[in-house]
Design a protein around this ligand. Sequence first.
Ligand code: AMP
Length: 202
Amino acid sequence: MKYNTFLLFGAPGSGKGTQGKTLGTIPRYFHCACGDVFRSIDTRTRVGRAFLDFSSKGELVPDEVTVELWKEAIAAAVDAHKFKPDIDTLVLDGIPRNIAQAKIMERLIDVKKVFHLSCPNRDTLFSRLKKRALKDNRLDDANEQVIQRRLETYDNESKPVLSHYAKEMITVVDATQPPSKVLFDILASLNGVDGQHEPGTV
Ligand code: AMP
């Protein structure tokens, strides 16, 4: 059985995590941020060291390791009854992050919709990431060169993922808006998709 899934897609600093966390508080949505999965593992393990190695350079962790770790995190959430695949929708943020991951994950997730949190202005992303480094103690956002590399990695490796999905599945949301407005746009689109709104009924 494939998981019903919505993807939150966008450059580092576009607000995927903020939106994912909020959506995850709504019943029947389960949010999973791949970066959080990586940050939760012991840095003394092989995977933990790989994460430190690659993320400190602004690069992606190799695909096999990433998808395996993600699968384990989802399986643990299912075991703990936090994510109930038969009734919940998975809200993914930060994965798939390149075409190879999108292909590997095809047999695991049934992507219903992709939200592209769009912020074409790199300066906005840059200053958001710098602020976040101070606030959240994020090593990978503390150094300007690493931020630059993270944005390049997004342009070169992640952005092509959008072309992997049919245009009709992608909703572009202006990520420069305040978070509540971004959320509003996402929810409006989801409710249209879900078809749960019946006009004329009380
Ligand atoms: P994030 O918190 O999503 O910005 O992720 C932080 C770092 O974790 C990234 O710069 C990557 O090094 C690593 N990472 C997170 N998600 C993935 C992924 N899907 N594939 C490869 N590396 C990832």
